[in-house]
Design a protein around this ligand. Sequence first.
Ligand code: ADP
Length: 294
Amino acid sequence: MPWHVIAQAIATQTGKAFKVEHKGSVGGGCINTAYKITGLDRREYFVKFNRADKLEMFEAEADGLRELAKAQAVLVPEAIGTGIAGRQAYIVMEYLPFGGSDQGATRHFGGQLAQLHRCTSDRYGWQRDNTIGATHQPNDREDSWLDFWRQHRLGYQLTLAKSSGYSSRALNKGEQLLDQLEVFFTDYSPPASLLHGDLWGGNFAISFSGEPVIFDPAVYYGDRETDLAMTELFGGFSADFYAAYNEAWPLDAGYKTRKTLYNLYHIINHYNLFGGGYGQQAEDMLDRLLSEAG
Ligand code: ADP
C-alpha cells in the first residue's frame, strides 16, 4: 500500500507534515478494507480502501460526512480527503476511539438526531448521488417526497431487483405498491430533513469520552421517518433513544405503517446485494403493505 500518498494527503489537508509510524487493520466494515494509522507525532487517522473505480463512492462519503458535520448536531469523523493510492481508492478521516459506555449517550443521541433532522432543504434529494451499501443511490432533486420515494428509492431498487432475477410475482406486487403509494401519505407531507441515510446500529457508536458518533452515511434530504425506520430494522437502539427523539420531535401516528414501506427499500437493496432470504422478506413486506393499502 503506498502509505506515503495517504501521508501526503493528510499533510496537505492539515497543514502539518505527517509520517505513518504504525498501521493496524480495523474489522467490522461491510464493504471496504480499513486501517487505523498513527503518525510519528501520535496523530491518528482512519483509512478505508477499495478498488480504484470506487473513488466516487468515497468522495460521496466524504461529502456526506461534511454535510452532517455542518449541521453540528451529532459528532461525525472529520473527513480529511479521498484519492487514489497505487491501484486503490481511499478515504481518510479522523480516527475516533469507540467503545465508551452508554451512560445516557444513546438517549442523548435521540435528541441530537431530532436536531439533525431539523436541518431542512427546500427539495428532496441531494447535490450528488451516493451509495447505499455497495449499491448506487440516486439523489436527483424533487419537489415532491412521494415522487422522490417512488422513483429514486423504491422504483429504483425494484428495477435493480428485476436484473437480479427477482420473481415476476414479487415484482408485480412491487408495481402495484408503486401505484398505490399515495395511500400512505394522506395528511402527511414531511419536510426534507437532513438524513444519515444508512442508520443501522453498525453505523452508530459511543466514543471513549461518551459522545454519540455516527459514520458511514448515505446522506440525502428526505422524510426523517426513514432514519428512524432503519434504526428499528436490525435493532441496537434503546427505548431511551426513541423516547428522547419523540420528546424532541414527536413522530406522526402513520409512522408505524410507513416504517415498513421505508425499510422495504433496504431489504430489497439487501436482496440485490446478497440475495437469499431477503427476497422472501421483501415479498412478505410487500404483502403487508398491499393489504394495508386496501
Ligand atoms: P464499511 O464502509 O466497510 O462498512 P465502516 O465505515 O462501517 O466500513 O467502518 C468499519 C468499522 O470501523 C466500523 O464498524 C467502526 O467500528 C470502525 N470505524 C469507522 N469509522 C471510524 C472512525 N472514524 N474512527 C474509528 N473507527 C471507525
